[in-house]
Design a binder for this molecule. Structure first.
Ligand code: NAD
Length: 319
């Protein structure tokens, strides 16, 4: 009986796609101690074997965790299934161009997860992430809160990194969010950006180090938008920061943390937007998104969010 209880509480994460993002996430997750069991699945079986062996050899240095290869039957008792399978973004290729290629892969995996009656949360990472989250939601037939995308959690961390360096303030005291599409139409919600509770525009005169903050603001926002393109041009793919962003989302779910994260989630009237997945501040807990926070955005920010929704809806319709 005791062993059954222990078994039922085992925190199991299944990662579909053992490439750069899937393996890096697995490595970071294993170090975090959040999961008891991590299962890797990839259509490239040699790659999975190699990754499992390589990660397994690190087990003396991780908190206790099982890392193994698996199959679709592993979805049946997974707390989270994370989908990183698909084609990576190539230099010069926009995320929307990846759409058709990856929609079929993610949609097929979502159907398999639903067929196994997985009780957990589906976390989509493959790009274009907002559209694939919408595809996975529709193809699984699950409740909207249980199918989420990594959205702009990564972009928001890039934004915080740039603001932290510019202002010379510990990143943990910089609160800032990128909203909308994880892609070209994303935008910085400046009205929600604060340092130690002080709105960034009010903080600037207190700090007094900047000569032209308005211009600098635009540069920072554009740098966030261009980050992935730069990294892909340098080294072919992005993997470390996204891996850590995924661990943050995983922790919110496995520990039922009620964390506010800008994951991609279906909007049903919030902000006057319907039937599209994109990133807004949302409360994430064991059942995925339990509530969307309708932040009082400025009218120009609301217009940018609606523009992002229109871009994504067009892409959804093109499928
Ligand atoms: N959302 C984000 O913030 C973010 C950040 C970085 C990358 N990404 C995206 O993550 C995805 C993965 O990137 P990567 O660099 O790891 O790519 P990768 O090519 O290294 O890995 C992808 C893996 O998916 C596997 N795969 C393909 N089809 C499959 C299927 N049907 N079933 C199982 N496995 C399958 C491939 O064999 C490959 O190993 C890409 O779509 C990329 O654009 C998203």
């Amino acid at each position: 009986m005791k062993s059954k209880i222990i078994r039922e509480q085992r925190r199991k994460v299944v990662i579909v796609g053992a490439g750069a993002v899937g393996a890096t996430y697995c490595y970071a997750l294993a170090q975090s101690g959040l999961a008891d069991e991590i299962v890797l699945i990839d259509r490239n079986e040699d790659l999975v074997r190699g990754q499992v062996l390589d990660l397994g050899h690190g087990q003396p240095f991780f908190p206790t965790v099982i890392i193994r290869s698996g199959s679709a039957s592993d979805y049946a008792d997974a707390h989270i299934v994370v989908i990183t399978a698909g084609a990576a973004q190539r230099p010069g290729e926009t995320r929307l161009e990846l759409l058709r290629k990856n929609a079929e892969i993610t949609g097929g995996i979502a159907e398999e997860i639903a067929a196994q009656k997985c009780p957990g949360v589906m976390l989509i990472v493959s790009n274009p992430v907002d559209i694939l989250t919408y595809v996975a939601l529709k193809r699984s037939g699950w409740d909207k809160g249980r199918v989420i995308g990594s959205g702009t959690v990564l972009d928001s961390s890039r934004f915080r990194h740039l603001l932290s360096s510019h202002c010379g303030i510990d990143i943990h005291n910089v609160h800032a969010y990128i909203l909308g599409e994880h892609g070209d139409s994303e935008f910085a919600a400046w009205s929600m950006t604060n340092i130690a509770g002080i709105n960034i525009d009010e903080y600037c005169p207190i700090c007094g180090k900047c000569s032209d903050w308005k211009k600098k603001r635009q540069t920072i926002e554009q740098q966030v938008r261009d980050s992935a393109y730069h990294i892909i041009n340098y080294k072919g793919s992005t993997q470390f920061a996204v891996g850590l962003a995924l661990v943050k989302i995983t922790g919110a779910i496995l520990r039922s943390q009620n964390s506010v994260l800008t994951v991609s989630t279906l909007l049903n009237g919030e902000f006057g937007i319907n039937d599209v997945c994109l990133s807004v501040p949302a409360i994430v807990s064991e059942n995925g998104v339990t509530r969307i926070i309708e932040s009082p955005l400025l009218s120009e920010e609301l217009s940018l969010l609606k523009h992002s929704a229109d871009v994504l809806k067009k892409a959804n319709q093109s499928l």
